[in-house]
Ligand binder design. Structure first.
Ligand SMILES: CC(C)(COP(=O)(O)OP(=O)(O)OC[C@H]1O[C@@H](n2cnc3c(N)ncnc32)[C@H](O)[C@@H]1OP(=O)(O)O)[C@@H](O)C(=O)NCCC(=O)NCCS
Length: 200
């Protein structure tokens, strides 16, 4: 995978920087009928086709100009399997919850339902958490999900994240109420985790 800018690897999974060649696959995965939307923020509106075009055009421009690669840390990256580095199986990201406090929140998606439940999400979040703790001074990292998303909660529990907030009945998904759940980890807790990714 030497042509790619790899961020880290863990147990057959790699996280690498986006390439221009990923954008068509990304376009396909962003389509509103894709299954992952049912799990990833199903309470948020989906992008329309013109919004998808705009997002991809903007991203293509940032990749071409080098602006994207110059970000430190990268705000978003692609999840692939080591043996198939071209094929995007998911994406991982972070955004500011509060820049003033250096508080960053992560996001994670494994797009293809056939790839879920095989440890890919766990290894990708292990790599990304290692990467963000190494590349920044943050004292904590977290992600937000909902109580019906057992896989996303399972990933956090496996990696030593703890439930830090639960807003009861805060989310409505397909006519039922669920809790909004924030799972977080402190730097010292993460350092004590027995298994870490290999960062590039
Ligand atoms: C959530 C997601 C990122 C998890 O990644 P994944 O590769 O599927 O998860 P993993 O296989 O690494 O781990 C899943 C853990 O969840 C649990 N799990 C696995 N399959 C499950 C199932 N069918 N039902 C409920 N829980 C399940 C287990 O705790 C498992 O850990 P285990 O192997 O110790 O049993 C992925 O499923 C996904 O992208 N789903 C759609 C989009 C989404 O929900 N994104 C997150 C938004 S907050």
């Amino acid at each position: 995978m030497s042509a790619y800018r790899v961020i880290g690897r863990s147990d057959g999974v790699a996280v690498r920087a986006y390439e221009e060649g990923d954008l068509e696959a990304y376009r396909r995965w962003l389509q509103p009928e894709q299954d992952w939307h049912r799990w990833d923020g199903p309470y948020f509106p989906k992008l329309s086709s013109s919004e998808i075009d705009e997002r991809l055009d903007r991203f293509r421009g940032r990749i071409a100009s080098g602006e994207y690669a110059a970000e430190s840390p990268l705000a978003r990256a692609v999840i692939v399997m080591d043996e198939e580095p071209d094929a995007m199986v998911g994406s991982i990201s972070w955004h500011w919850e509060s820049e003033e406090s250096d508080w960053r929140r992560m996001g994670l998606t494994v797009y293809d339902p056939a790839t879920r439940g095989r440890g890919v999400g766990t290894e990708a979040l292990r790599i990304w958490t290692d990467y963000l703790f190494a590349a920044t001074e943050v004292v904590r990292l977290d992600y937000s999900t909902w109580s019906g998303n057992s896989r996303m909660l399972g990933v956090g529990h496996r990696l030593g994240f703890v439930e830090e907030a639960r807003f009861r009945n805060a989310r409505e998904v397909r006519g039922a109420r669920y809790d909004s759940v924030v799972m977080g980890v402190l730097r010292a807790e993460w350092d004590a985790l027995p298994v870490h990714a290999t960062l590039a």
